[in-house]
Write a new protein. Structure first.
Length: 117
């Protein structure tokens, strides 16, 4: 059972990146898939989430209108599309799975996103 995150890298401010999180090893149909990020010296914070079953999404205020999270149920993969990136988006991004319990109980490895000014 694992989550694998991909797609981080270096991008200039104003640019775009698409991350992906591939889930395997269990049925995720009732899960909520979340993305979190941790900037250097700061706590990890929620970024966005999507329900596998309903597609309902949530975003932190600072990324609304810039980030879009989607899912491909056939590939068990979640994609946060990040546009208009800002230097303050620089962080290690983590995907996680919540079995609709309110707790994320499965975490993937982080992927580093660096936005240069």
């Amino acid at each position: 059972v694992q989550l694998q995150a991909f797609g981080g890298g270096l991008v200039q401010a104003g640019g775009s990146l698409r991350l992906s999180c591939a889930a395997s090893g269990r049925t995720f149909s009732n899960y909520i898939m979340g993305w979190f990020r941790q900037a250097p010296g700061k706590e990890r914070v929620f970024v966005a989430s999507i329900s596998w079953s309903t597609g309902r999404t949530y975003y932190r205020d600072s990324v609304k209108g810039r980030f879009t999270i989607s899912r491909d149920n056939t590939k068990n993969t979640v994609y946060p599309q990040m546009n208009s990136l800002k230097p303050e988006d620089t962080a290690v991004y983590y995907c996680a799975a919540d079995p609709s319990s309110g707790l994320y109980d499965l975490w993937g490895q982080g992927t580093l996103v660096t936005v240069s000014s």
